[in-house]
Design a protein around this ligand. Structure first.
Ligand code: NAP
Ligand code: MG
Length: 503
């Protein structure tokens, strides 16, 4: 029997096939748990449960305030289990316990609280301008309604936060959900289902089906009973999801890859920029979609910045992610480590100069984990693969430019447009640069700061639509316009009828 089962229609169950898979701790290769391996039949059962819960159940018909109260209980349930969730997240994904406590668990609970607030306070009905076509105006209003069954597919890098970003807005708006977490890190999404079940979320409203993208994911993206699909992951799979969703014209939101620029101007405090650029790149080993993996540095400060970054990068403490003193844990999987090693070889082959890192750390404590040293390349040309392709690992490409114009041109020369950072003491100058970056988020003298009030979404091939904020909330609501005619019962007052009837 699996240690973690599928959560479908308010109950825990094995996969129809009876199959399971093992999930491992990437820090030491040890087994953590056996997880039910859902397949198409399980996805279909979950989708049917979500359909029934939407069409016949109480959830979409409750008031926003009632749903908000349930979301608040979910947030409290998460906080009550924060220690356990943080440990599990760190163990399953390799992120440090420090990040799990500060960002993952707090971010997850905070997201539920924010969308509870939206459910309670964001208007469900809005007045529209009246239509005047005759002697009396006709009032119009707009009614926001849930979309229906939402299929949601999440990646392995921030399992808990990604699940919260998907579930909370969908549930707040009155939808029902079938969520598929990434196979290699599915435990905390299943724990989140347990919290939701404990607070009495009606059956079928939330279903979590662990299992491969090729079966569970493809079923969710294509099943005709699903009204919307939300996906976070690679651009390649995002495009596939869009294709699968097209025949039934599902609403689609996608959060995809990035190769975000970090522009370093010549007036900046280089101690700030050095730390900030490395925070932007190496936080969670660069396994973050908005990681600033291209540092675009003005030539007058290039050498000094590079020296500072090298010293700081070499001081990042790799180790057991369960220890509070550890700065950086392992990469999530052997496959991700292979990808990083492959790109480092590509970078060397392309003629970039390795400044530091570029190898696995030595020592017994690293022997069975997927550790990799923070790696910096300089002499990078923006046309190189290491500057154009998302590596999703601790690899920073430093590109020297002569001036602001070239910095902006290089920053925008990418298929991606998720985020960017500008490190610059002159705020007005930095805002001018921010205006010209073709990305969905720009930080001035910061990186990675995302909040539930602010939209997060990609330009270009980094995505479709937004998550978070009222914009993200509205991606889970449909707009119905209602026209209440004000002209009374006499057909002759209805001037519009003249388009068909001459008298
Ligand atoms: P991925 O293949 O795009 O996987 C993301 C999610 O989609 C997982 O739950 C995966 O399931 C599922 N999936 C895979 N194939 C699918 C399909 N045909 N139909 C529906 N769902 C499918 O990403 P990955 O392999 O985990 O990582 C690859 C690269 O994606 C990374 O190196 C990075 O460049 C990028 N990435 C981006 C983000 C982001 O936040 N934008 C996050 C993670 C990764 P299973 O894995 O369980 O099969
Ligand atoms: Mg794992």
């Amino acid at each position: 029997m699996a240690d973690y089962q599928l959560f479908i229609d308010g109950e825990w169950s094995e996969a129809a096939s009876g199959e399971t898979y093992t999930t491992y701790n990437p820090a030491n290769g040890e087994k953590i748990a056996e997880v039910s391996k859902g397949g198409r039949a399980d996805a279909i059962r979950a989708i049917e449960a979500a359909r029934k819960a939407f069409d016949e159940g109480p959830w979409p018909r409750m008031t926003g305030a009632e749903r908000g109260a349930v979301l608040r209980e979910i947030a409290s349930g998460i906080t009550a289990k924060q220690q356990e969730l943080a440990q599990l997240e760190s163990m399953d994904s390799g992120g440090t316990i420090r990040k799990a406590m500060l960002a993952d668990v707090a971010g997850c609970a905070g997201t539920f609280l924010k969308f509870a607030e939206y459910a309670e306070t964001v208007a469900e009905v809005e007045e529209l301008p009246p239509v005047v076509m005759g002697p009396q105006p006709s009032p119009n209003y707009l009614r926001w309604e849930p979309i229906g069954v939402c299929g949601q597919i999440t990646p392995w890098n921030f399992p808990l936060v990604m699940a919260a970003w998907k579930m909370a807005p969908a549930l707040a708006a009155g939808n029902t959900v079938v969520l598929k977490p990434a196979s290699i890190t599915s435990l905390t999404a299943l724990e989140l289902a347990r919290v939701c079940s404990d607070v009495g979320l009606p059956r079928g409203v939330l279903n979590v089906v662990s299992g491969p993208g090729s079966t569970v994911g493809e079923e969710i993206a294509s099943n005709r009973l699903v009204d919307k699909v939300a996906f976070t992951g690679s651009t390649e799979v995002g495009a596939r999801v869009m294709q699968l969703a097209a025949p039934t014209v599902k609403k689609v939101t996608l959060e995809l890859g990035g190769k975000s620029p970090a522009i370093v101007m010549d007036d900046v405090n280089l101690d700030l920029a050095a730390k900030g650029v490395l925070f932007g790149t190496f936080m969670h080993n660069g396994q973050v979609c908005e990681s600033g993996t291209r540092a675009i540095v003005l030539e007058s400060v290039h050498d000094e910045l590079l020296a500072k970054m090298k010293e700081l990068a070499m001081g990042i403490k790799l180790g057991d992610p369960a220890e509070f003193s550890t700065d950086q844990g392992p990469l999530v999987s052997a496959a991700q480590l292979d990808t990083v090693e492959r790109y480092v070889e590509i970078g060397k082959g392309e003629g970039a100069t390795l400044v530091c890192g570029g190898k696995r750390p030595k020592g017994d404590e690293f022997a069975n984990g997927y550790f990799y040293e923070p790696t910096i390349f300089c002499d990078v040309d923006n046309n190189m693969k290491i500057a154009q392709e998302e590596i999703f690992g601790p690899v920073l490409s430093v590109i020297k430019v002569k001036d602001e114009e070239e910095a902006i041109r290089v920053a925008n020369d990418s298929i991606y447009g998720l985020a960017g950072a500008v490190w610059c003491a002159d705020t007005e100058r930095a805002k001018g640069i921010a205006d010209r970056l073709r990305t969905g988020t720009v930080w001035i003298n910061e990186h990675h700061i995302l909040g539930p009030d602010h939209p997060f979404g990609g330009y270009k091939q980094s995505g479709v639509g937004s998550e978070l904020g009222v914009w993200g909330y509205n991606e889970y609501r449909l707009k119905k316009r209602v026209h209440v005619d004000g002209l009374g019962q006499d057909p002759s007052a209805h001037l519009a009828f003249a388009m068909l009837f001459s008298s």
